[in-house]
Design a protein around this ligand. Structure first.
Ligand SMILES: C=C1C[C@]23C[C@H]1CC[C@H]2[C@@]12CCC[C@@](C)(C(=O)O1)[C@H]2[C@@H]3C(=O)O
Ligand SMILES: O=C(O)CCC(=O)C(=O)O
Ligand SMILES: [Fe+2]
Length: 338
């Protein structure tokens, strides 16, 4: 394709950064750093996103996951549609779930895995789906281990332990895997790979191939690119951690831009609590002067709120009205919702 179709042309106002003249960089934290807990706390408060190194996930597994994902998206469209996500389903191949909230189309395709990948993988590769499934299962296992470790550090930085949070050490945590593919695009400045959103998770662990595109929004600065670092994984605070920390740690607004010549791939591990557990602001963080700002919600309930209110889901579970409403840099591309 030589030209961007109008259906995919976004109205973007990406005025260059304002505020500071010193470039502000997303923190990179070495998990072996003796101060790791403090560094996590600071990063969660000021950015809501950071990169981690020395995370212990084998490079080989990250590469295998990337290869498996590349292979999936390289299949003929007819084949991919065999594994299409059902209209009300969550797993499978399709456009970004948040597409319905926007007037323009996104320059991407995705594949979501919740639970076992077998059913969909069999439709993609009727004769040889085992390798793909093995990689997915192994990746989910490693990511779950890492997520638990990150969660315990993050809770520690809030002054609570895994024991204070009964569900935190339960094995039943729910998670989803989201594979994203962003083909090279003839007019990347006017296109959008994945529109600005926050994740509904406690936290998300993202692996990106060596093509940049992920951007995080920082108050007073604007969109900041989170550059791919080979040995690093990106961690971002999701809405449920925002609620749990009573707003102390902010779920970061992020988006993915696309590239003129390079095909970009990313794999997000979306980590949440066991689905029927109610998440509410930690009692250790609230008192008379700091009342809880959010009502208790389960993850499944919150996903429902997200499907309905999208970027206003967090305010929909807020107890006291926020001082200023949530407007984001993409609002002019939005379908108006209640
Ligand atoms: C467990 C989850 C979390 C989901 C929904 C469901 C499966 C796929 C996740 C994502 C992945 C892409 C961004 C997002 C906003 C989307 O559209 O689908 C995410 C959403 C959420 O974080 O709300
Ligand atoms: O592709 C990226 O870098 C971002 C993906 C993302 O935000 C998501 O899958 O939730
Ligand atoms: Fe995301």
């Amino acid at each position: 394709m030589e030209e961007l179709p109008e259906s995919h042309a976004w109205l973007l106002d990406d005025s260059p950064s304002f505020g500071s003249s010193v470039p502000d960089l997303v923190p990179v934290i070495n998990l072996d750093d003796p101060n790791v807990m403090t560094l996590f706390g600071h990063a969660c408060k000021t950015w809501g996103v950071f990169q981690i190194t020395n995370h212990g996930v084998p490079t080989k597994l990250l590469q295998e996951m990337e290869d498996a994902s590349r292979k999936l998206f390289a299949l003929p469209i007819q084949q991919k549609l065999q594994a299409a996500r059902a209209p009300n389903g969550v797993s499978g191949y399709g456009v970004a779930r948040i597409s319905s909230f926007f007037l323009k189309l996104m320059w991407s395709e995705g594949f979501t895995v919740v639970g076992s990948p077998y059913e969909h993988a069999r439709k993609l590769w009727p004769n040889c789906y085992t390798k793909f499934c093995d990689v997915i299962e192994e990746y989910k296992k490693e990511m779950n281990k890492l997520a638990q470790r990150l969660m315990s550090l993050i809770l520690g930085s809030l002054g609570v332990t895994m024991d204070d949070v009964k569900w935190a050490c339960l094995q039943g945590s729910s998670s989803a895997l989201q594979l994203n593919s962003y083909p090279a695009c003839p007019d990347p400045d006017r296109a959008m790979g994945l529109a600005a959103h926050t994740d509904s998770t406690l936290l998300t662990i993202l692996h990106q191939n060596n093509t940049s595109g992920l951007q995080a929004y920082k108050e007073g600065i604007g969109w900041v690119t989170v550059p791919p670092i080979r040995s690093a994984l990106v961690v971002n605070v999701g809405d449920l951690l925002h609620i749990l920390s009573n707003g102390l740690y902010t779920s970061v607004l992020h988006r993915a831009k696309v590239n003129r010549t390079q095909h970009r791939l990313s794999v997000a591990y979306l980590y949440g609590p066991p689905s029927n557990i109610q998440i509410s602001p930690l009692s250790k963080l609230t008192d008379k002067g700091h009342p809880p700002l959010y009502r208790p919600v389960t993850w499944s309930e919150y996903l429902g709120a997200k499907a309905k209110h999208f970027n206003k889901a967090l305010s929909s579970v807020r107890l006291c009205a926020p001082l200023n409403g949530f407007a984001d840099a993409n609002d002019h591309n939005r379908v108006q919702v209640g």
